[in-house]
Design a protein around this ligand. Sequence first.
Ligand SMILES: Nc1nc2c(ncn2[C@@H]2O[C@H](COP(=O)(O)OP(=O)(O)OP(=O)(O)O)[C@@H](O)[C@H]2O)c(=O)[nH]1
Length: 422
Amino acid sequence: MPTLFAPGQLQALTFFTGAIHLGIGTLLWLVWRTRRTGPGFGNWVLTEWCMGLAWLLVLVQAVAPQQWLPVLYTLLLLLAPAFYEQGLRRFFLRPPAWHPQQSLLFALLFTLLYAVAVAQGANLHQRIVVFTALQLPLLASIVRQLWLITHERPAYRILWLLLAALCLQITAQSLRIVEHLQSPSLPEVSSNNPLADHTVGMVLLFSVVFSLLRSSVDLISVQIRTEQALQTTLQQLEQRANFDGLTGLATRQYMESALPALQQRCLRHEEQLTLILFDLDEFKQINDNYGHPVGDAILAAMGACVREHCRGDDLPVRIGGDEIALLVYGGRPDQLASLLQRLRHAIRAACSGLVEQPVTLSIGIAYFQDAEPFAPVYRRADQAMYSAKRNGRNCAYVHTPESTPTQLELGHLPATGMPLTA
Ligand SMILES: Nc1nc2c(ncn2[C@@H]2O[C@H](COP(=O)(O)OP(=O)(O)OP(=O)(O)O)[C@@H](O)[C@H]2O)c(=O)[nH]1
C-alpha cells in the first residue's frame, strides 16, 4: 500500500480524523437527545466517540509514547465496531443469536489478547497484524447483521452502501495483514510510534470516509423508521375512523364519504340503490340477562354474517348500537326478501350458541331517489323499521316515498323460543 503522507502531515491527519469522529459523534448525540431515534442509536454515538478518542490517543502515543496507551486505544478501536453491531441489533430489534453483549465481550477478550502480544514484546508489524486480525471478526459480525437486515427489511436498502464499504474495509485490512506479514522487519517500525506504519495514512482516510458514510446511513435509517411509523399510525387511524372495531363493518362516516361513488355507479348501470336497516329485537334484554360481553359477541357475529352474505358491491355499515345498515344494488322485492331471509337464518344460527332465545331482527327498507342524500333515505328506512317493531318485531317493512310503510313478505322464522334467561 502506498505511503500518502509525510510524518508531519500524518500527525495533523490523525488529529483531524479524531476530531471528525468526535464531531460526528456529538452531532449524532444531539440528534439522539432531541429526536425520537429509537433504541440502538446511542450505541452509534458511542462508536464515533470511541473512534475519535482512539485516534487522539494514537496521536499522543506518537508524540509522547507510553507503555499502556496502545492497549487503551486498541480497546477503543475494538469497542467501536462492537458498539455499532450492538446498535444495529437494537435499532432493528433483531434478537441476538448468542449473548446480547457478545460483540462487547469479544472486544474485551481481543484487547486482552492484544495486551498479551504487547507484553510478549511484539514489534509494530506483529502488533498491527494481531490488532487487524482481531478486528476482522467484529467487522464480519456487522456484515452479517447488515446482510440479514437488508434481506428482512427491503426498505432499508440504503444499508447496502455500508455493507459494500465494510467489505472493502475487510479486504483492505486483510491485504494489510498480508503486507505486514511479508514485510522484513524494518528498523523504523520496531519503535513504539504507531504513525511509523506506512499504511496508517490510508487507514485514517478510510476511517473518516467510512464515518461520514456510516453516520449518513444512520440518520437516513432513523428517517425511514420515522416515516414508516407515521405511515402505520395513519393507516391505523384511517382503519379506526372507517371501520368499526367490534363488527368489522364500515362506519357511518366512511359510508357517507363512499355514498356519492355508489350512487354514480348505480346511475351508470341504471340500478336501484337500496338502504336496508336492521335492529336486533330486545337487545337491551340480552345485555341485561347475559351481560355486555355476550351482547358484544352477538353484535360481532351479526357483523360477520352481514359481511359474509352481502355481495362485494354492497356496503354494510354499523350505524350505532345494535343498528346496522346495508346499502345494496337492486331493489326488487323478491331479491331483497331472499337476501334478508338468508341473513336472518345466518344470524340466528351464529347466535344460537350464545343465547338461548332465538335472535331476531326488525328490518326497515327505503330506496334512494337518484343522488338523494343519506339523511332523508335513512329517515324513511327508520320509519319502516319502527313499523316492523310496532307490528310485532321479527319482520321487514318497506317505505316508499308515495305511501306509508308496507310489510315485505319474508319466509317464516319463528320468534318464539326459550325465555330470555342467562
Ligand atoms: N353489548 C353491547 N351493547 C350495546 C352496544 N351499543 C349499544 N348497546 C346496547 O344496545 C341496546 C339497544 O337497545 P335498543 O335498540 O334501544 O332497544 P332494544 O332492547 O333492542 O329493543 P327494541 O329495539 O325495541 O327491540 C342498549 O341497551 C345499549 O346499551 C355495544 O357496543 N355492545
